[in-house]
Design a protein around this ligand. Structure first.
Ligand SMILES: Cc1cc2nc3c(=O)[nH]c(=O)nc-3n(C[C@H](O)[C@H](O)[C@H](O)COP(=O)(O)O)c2cc1C
Length: 259
């Protein structure tokens, strides 16, 4: 049983889920959507998975853009995993609609709750709480594998109605401003010019000038730069100097750099 799993990930939660799903299949192509090469894709896989984080209560722009590529390959059964910090909201409904507009069908869509990486609103949650979320995610993977393997068509999972109504509006309002939100990044004196931020940025948005990173308003807000900086020298707004950094504990920098 062959599967293409496409993933997008800033801090490794989605990559970790994608890898765990991949383990349940034999002939697996695990493909980063930011480094998409049609030649690496099995054009007749039995299953296609899309694993990505929820951004601003919806689908991140790179995932929406990727759908035009997805359309070019033969997809027999498509499922999605919307990886989030607790509020999946309308994300999978939105993805389903976008796919239908492009002549594709989303056969099933699953909500995965993980630690939030949104550092502008706070640092990493305690490790025992992280572990609980990872264990629940592992249990859920066991539950969804038979659904996928049996090619079940299910309504996509979604948040409560109030959340979907309220936050779909926020998503629409913020979508066109995301690329410029990198104006709030700055770098403190701990920066040693290692350039990891530039290498890890999936949007190729960071340029090193005079040994320090600069951001070029093509940001996706994935927060990889701030969360993976080995010196914790990248900051966002005023509060992040006090916040603990987060990335998935089993995902290493090298896993992210082979994007
Ligand atoms: C820009 C941005 C917006 C986010 N918006 C939401 C959201 O609307 N709902 C939610 O539950 N989590 C939200 N999060 C948290 C992420 O979805 C969550 O931490 C996810 O696991 C990150 O996946 P990754 O490690 O693969 O990047 C947001 C994170 C970022 C960076």
């Amino acid at each position: 049983m062959s599967i293409n799993i496409f993933y997008y990930s800033g801090t490794g939660n989605s990559l970790w889920i994608a890898k765990k799903i991949a383990k349940e299949f034999k002939d697996v192509h695990l493909i980063s959507i930011t480094n998409f090469n049609i030649n690496n894709v099995n054009n007749d896989a039995d299953y296609t998975g899309i694993v990505f984080p929820v951004y601003m209560w919806g689908v991140p722009a790179p995932v929406i853009n990727f759908l035009d590529e997805l359309k070019k390959i033969k997809n027999n059964y498509i499922f999605a995993a919307a990886v989030n910090g607790g509020q999946v909201s309308n994300t999978l409904v939105q993805l389903h609609k976008k796919m239908q507009e492009k002549g594709m069908n989303l056969n099933s869509g699953f909500d995965f709750k993980t630690p939030s990486n949104y550092i502008p609103w706070g640092g990493a949650i305690p490790q025992n709480k992280q572990k609980k979320l990872f264990n629940s995610a592992l249990k859920k993977i066991k539950q969804i594998i038979p659904i996928i393997k049996e090619r079940k068509n299910l309504p996509v999972e979604k948040g409560p109605l109030w959340q979907r109504i309220l936050f779909s509006g926020f998503y629409k309002m913020s979508f066109n401003h995301v690329h410029g939100m990198d104006k709030k990044f700055w770098v403190d004196e701990k920066c040693n010019g290692c350039e990891i931020c530039a290498k890890i940025c999936p949007a190729s948005n960071i340029e090193i000038k005079d040994g320090k990173p600069t951001w070029n308003q093509k940001c996706h807000q994935c927060l990889a730069c701030i969360q993976w900086c080995p010196k914790e020298s990248i900051q966002y707004g005023k509060k992040t100097p006090d916040y603990e950094r987060y990335h998935h504990p089993e995902i290493k920098l090298n896993d992210m750099l082979t994007k």
